[in-house]
Design a protein around this ligand. Structure first.
Ligand code: HEC
Length: 138
């Protein structure tokens, strides 16, 4: 009997750990307070393009929150698009903001890319975009 309980507990712990590894990953906060603050309205173009401080903040934010799917240093292992090839400039900015704010669900309604609106500040989002653009490849 004690054995059965021990096994049940071990299995429950295992299931918990697996669930944690796959979903429910707590976003890591990104402090972008050192950057020029933007305000409430959503911009359609990255105000920090090429800014070294934004790129540094974005690099850390990206590697803690996006790399597990999109790959360390923006080199995708194939489970999510390789963001080095995201279009540069304003067109890429708009697409980037759409995805990071709203995420993406598949046809069955399962989240395949989490939404980050309400989690990261707009400043933090554009800092990540500045980092991504610094890694751009054709
Ligand atoms: C749980 C995995 C996961 C995480 C975490 C994740 N993404 Fe994604 N992302 C995806 C997937 C999958 C797609 C492809 C969605 C589709 O099919 O349109 C995607 C798409 C994108 C796209 C559009 C790419 C394109 O070529 O259309 C951008 C931009 C993007 N993600 C940025 C980010 C950023 C920035 C972060 C971190 C803040 C992040 N993602 C975190 C899985 C993830």
């Amino acid at each position: 009997m004690a054995m059965a309980v021990a096994i049940a507990l071990a299995v429950a712990t295992l299931i918990d750990n697996v669930a944690f590894a796959h979903g429910n990953v707590t976003p890591q906060p990104i402090d972008a307070s050192e950057l020029k603050q933007i305000g409430k309205d959503w911009l359609s173009e990255n105000p920090y393009r090429g800014d070294p401080k934004a790129i540094a903040i974005g690099a850390s934010g990206y590697n803690q929150n996006c790399a597990r799917c999109h790959g360390l240093e923006v080199i995708s292992g194939g489970i999510a698009p390789d963001l080095r090839y995201l279009e540069t400039g304003k067109t890429g900015d708009e697409w980037f903001l759409e995805r990071i704010r709203h995420g993406k669900k598949n046809a069955e309604g399962t989240t395949i890319m989490p939404a980050f609106e309400g989690i990261f500040s707009q400043e933090a989002m554009w800092a990540i975009r500045a980092y991504l653009e610094s890694k751009h490849e054709e």
